[in-house]
Design a protein around this ligand. Structure first.
Ligand SMILES: [Zn+2]
Length: 80
């Protein structure tokens, strides 16, 4: 069974098996489904480019937050 991860309230969470992701997102405004966590090499490349993707795919400073309120992957993963 596919593991579903979401980002909510400053943390990456894994949904319990059987939890419907659409229902979860409807219940928790501001939560976002994580399609794929970037690998360490991608994160290093972004960091050396002096930027980073956010959880929702925007491009910000390595420790930045996008206009939608989502942090960069480097901050979300506690690497910065
Ligand atoms: Zn954004």
């Amino acid at each position: 069974m596919k593991k579903v991860q979401v980002y909510r309230d400053g943390a990456i969470r894994t949904l319990k098996p059987g939890v419907d992701v659409d229902a979860y997102l409807a219940r928790h405004p501001g939560a976002i489904e994580i399609k794929k966590v970037p690998c360490i090499r991608t994160l290093e490349r972004w960091n050396s480019d002096c930027g980073c993707r956010t959880i929702d795919g925007c491009w910000v400073e390595p420790d930045g937050v996008c206009e939608h309120g989502y942090p960069s992957w480097l901050s979300a993963l506690g690497m910065i």
